[in-house]
Design a protein around this ligand. Structure first.
Ligand code: FES
Ligand SMILES: [Fe+2]
Length: 399
């Protein structure tokens, strides 16, 4: 197992996060607020909403995002929240709302730019200002075609700044012009704390043992780079020789890497992790993203989407089908590992974890969490006082 992890210091603390941080309801609420509402969250790609009236809606940690393309072709983001009594204004995850967004509760109508067009039975209401009573905008940034939102002001710079170190490398994937490969976003529920998902995802040590498909594809050519400034990078270059698995062998045979990719990326899968919960997978045949959100401790939603290039021919489509197949099996394998690590913490025999150098990505991710939540250094939860204690520790560290 020759998987490498670059940038590992000679001495480092191999412990994971304290067990309580996976169960504490207070911790989870703090994470929802400080991480999920205050950091950029991807919703879709602009080409998921190509026509006026097209929309994508996505819920996370009690917030509801709604991305809509206007008649002026502008993409805007709102809270999916009617100004009358808070109903969702669109019920589906995606679709087209024609020329107006009509709330399914009492029928208030909003223009595609979010302004209020009119209430049902307006004579029963006072005069309503169309802008003031329009759908509430959510902070939005479109990065390389991907629509990101942020529900509350946060510590991160713009998505473009966060991703700047990948500008040159990602330019060859022409992200702006991707189109959705499928009609729907996939989503599933995992029985674990959300951090268990990240902990499995942030290291390649398990690839050789737990992912026969990926191991057959990469062999020993898989490299992880830990989190630096909020992003991580992993590159798996395809190994030479015959492959054992049918799907991998055929994927290699069928895939004709596009001209736009340089030699390092022609026969490779590149993963870019974005703190706190997003991963882009950049393949010669397609681009994917997936991310997860906590519902409660022990319930996490994972959601994702697959994109292709417009000029995809039949051969590339088949290659994409095969890469998706390898990917789907890998996700299933991960899901099992995630749930086992979650279960372990309930066992009387569980005594914490020991990280290998090849799992330094897990540590580097935990270190960002510790920067935001210094209370994670404690073996016992500061029960009932987590937020106050955390505030105190942050102030102390800033002195
Ligand atoms: S809640 Fe939307 S119209 Fe009443
Ligand atoms: Fe995995």
């Amino acid at each position: 197992m020759n998987i490498q992890n670059t940038q590992v210091p000679t001495e480092w603390d191999r412990k994971g996060l304290p067990a309580w941080s996976f169960f504490s309801p207070e911790m989870l609420e703090a994470e929802k607020e400080q991480l999920f509402r205050r950091h950029w969250q991807v919703v879709c790609h602009v080409n998921d909403v190509p026509e006026p009236g097209d929309f994508v809606a996505s819920d996370l940690v009690g917030e509801r995002a709604l991305v809509v393309r206007g008649r002026d072709m502008k993409v805007r983001s709102f809270h999916n929240l009617c100004r009358h009594r808070g109903s969702r204004v669109v019920a589906e995850e995606s679709g087209n709302c024609k020329s107006a967004i009509i709330c399914p509760f009492h029928g208030w109508a909003y223009n595609l730019d979010g302004t209020l067009r009119g209430a049902a039975q307006p004579q029963s209401l006072p005069d309503l200002d169309p802008v003031e009573m329009g759908l509430k905008p959510v902070e939005m940034e479109i990065w390389q075609g991907f629509v990101f939102v942020r529900f509350k002001e946060g510590p991160q710079p713009s998505v473009a700044e966060i991703m700047a170190r990948f500008d040159d490398e990602l330019a060859q994937y022409d992200l702006e012009n991707l189109v959705p490969a499928e009609d729907v976003f996939w989503a599933g529920e995992i029985e674990a704390n959300w951090k268990c998902v990240r902990d499995v995802d942030n290291e390649g040590y398990h690839v050789a043992m737990a992912h026969p498909g990926l191991h057959d594809l990469f062999g020993t050519n898989y490299h992880d780079e830990p989190f630096t400034h909020g992003t991580s990078r992993s590159l798996g270059q395809f190994r030479e020789g015959k492959h054992r698995l049918w799907s991998v062998e055929n994927y290699r045979k069928i895939l004709q890497p596009p001209e736009r990719l340089d030699d390092d990326h022609k026969a490779a899968w590149l993963y870019v992790g974005v703190f706190p919960n997003l991963v882009f997978g950049l393949y010669p045949d397609s681009v994917i993203f997936y991310h997860e959100f906590p519902v409660e401790n022990g319930r996490t939603i994972q959601r994702g989407s697959v994109y292709r290039h417009k000029d995809e021919d039949r051969r590339m489509r088949l290659a994409r089908y095969l890469s998706m197949r390898i990917d789907r099996i890998t996700s299933k394998e991960d899901e099992q590992l995630i749930e086992w690590t979650w279960e372990a913490a309930f066992s009387s025999g569980f005594d914490g974890i020991v990280l290998s150098d090849l799992e330094y990505g897990v540590r580097s991710y935990h270190d960002i969490l510790r920067g935001i939540f210094p209370v994670l250094d404690g073996d016992e939860p500061p029960e009932g006082t987590l937020l106050r204690e955390n505030e105190r520790r942050l102030k102390e560290a800033a002195r």
